[in-house]
Design a protein around this ligand. Structure first.
Ligand code: PLP
Length: 360
């Protein structure tokens, strides 16, 4: 059955990658062994992880003074790991509270005993637009500024990086490699693979080496310096997830790189937003200049009708359109692997739905 999968994560992966995995699965590189069976210390796997790092460095023009690690524990793990490694001078973090994930990052740092100051928030407006800094941040005030480049649940994104004198830590989980950012604008970038890079189980961390200042009490598994020294293999890494992410990186390169991904994502989301804005039934609440290219949040403003839509869409092969449980409504995630054909099919469906379910 052919469907389009609009899941926010774990999410759609490129079809050629899924097919490659299927071909490789019984015997990786004619080794007679599956990627699921080989040691992370084998030359076969070392080659896979080395190529993934090199391809990522190439795709994002990552300079030599930034290290690339593959971590476990997801974005949520990084909410703890980042302060543990980067916030031990002042033990004080600044936050742009742009959505649910940003708030969660602040909560985790607080839980670990760090002071967190929210410099701007749009929570009162249900995060429909992005919080912006109203004044410059004093250089000696905080260890870093935490920014969520793309707010997966609310459907907003910083298309330009906030101006900051202090290092910016970017949670890029849901638009990593889907929108063009200059890595040198950030002190650290992290992204869980399961949104726009690959399967669940691996998280990319890109960190500028001079910022690492690990506290003695940090668990080894969260210690960036150890991860770097051990080539992301302090312990057994998620070998399959790294292999699959590596294939996605090669696919992105072959398709024209991050610039081309960003162009496609913008074209896909523009088309869908244009339709939604024209429609009488649907409403896309995010402030136009702040709208995400990868997560389009919308609704009929009627919970029951939204539920009917999800059901009918599923029957029509348009999967996982239900909004995040915390905000309800509908959401179409248009990550790199979602083709324009999926957006066209969705718009056709929404148009038909609108004809048959007229609501004021
Ligand atoms: C999904 C997501 C997370 C959490 O990721 P986990 O890997 O489930 O911990 C954090 N931040 C953002 C922006 C996300 O989209």
């Amino acid at each position: 059955m052919s469907v389009f999968n609009f899941s926010a994560g774990p999410a759609v992966m490129p079809k050629p990658v899924i097919e490659q995995i299927q071909r490789d699965l019984p015997s990786l590189d004619n080794s007679g062994m599956s990627i699921l069976e080989i040691s992370h210390r084998s030359a076969l796997f070392q080659n896979i992880i080395d190529e993934a790092v090199a391809d990522l460095r190439d795709l994002l023009n990552i300079p030599a003074n930034y290290h690339i690690c593959f971590a476990q524990g997801g974005g949520t793990g990084q909410f703890a790991a980042v302060p543990l490694n980067l916030a031990n001078n002042r033990r004080h973090i600044a936050l742009l509270d742009s959505g649910t994930w940003a708030a969660k990052a602040g909560k985790e740092a607080t839980r670990l005993g760090y002071q967190v100051t929210t410099l701007a928030t749009t929570k009162d407006g249900k995060y429909r637009e992005l919080p912006r800094l109203k004044q410059a941040i004093p250089a000696d005030s905080f260890d870093y500024l935490h920014v969520t480049t793309n707010n997966t649940i609310e459907g907003t994104a910083y298309h330009t990086v906030p101006e900051s004198e202090i290092p910016i830590v970017a949670d890029m989980s849901s638009n990593f490699l889907g929108e063009n950012y200059d890595i040198t604008n950030f002190g650290l970038v992290f992204a869980g693979a399961q949104k726009n890079l690959g399967p669940a189980g691996v998280t990319v961390v890109i960190v500028r080496e001079d910022l690492i200042q690990t506290a003695e009490a940090v668990p080894s598994i969260f210690d960036y310096q150890l991860a770097i020294d051990k080539g992301s293999m302090l312990n057994t890494p998620p070998t399959f997830a790294i292999y699959a992410a590596g294939l996605v990186l090669k696919w992105i390169k072959a398709e024209g790189g991050v610039t081309e991904m960003a162009r496609r994502n913008q074209a896909k989301s523009d088309k869908l937003y244009d339709y939604l804005d024209e429609s009488k039934l649907f409403n896309a609440p995010a402030f136009k200049p702040d709208r995400s290219y990868t997560n389009v949040v919308f609704s009929t403003n009627n919970d029951e009708l939204d539920a009917v839509l999800v059901k009918e869409a599923t029957a029509a092969g348009l999967m996982n359109l239900k909004g995040h449980r915390s905000v309800g409504g509908l959401r179409a995630s248009l990550y790199n692997a979602m083709p324009m054909a999926g957006v066209d099919a969705l718009i056709d469906f929404l148009y038909q739905f609108e004809q048959t379910h007229q609501e004021a």
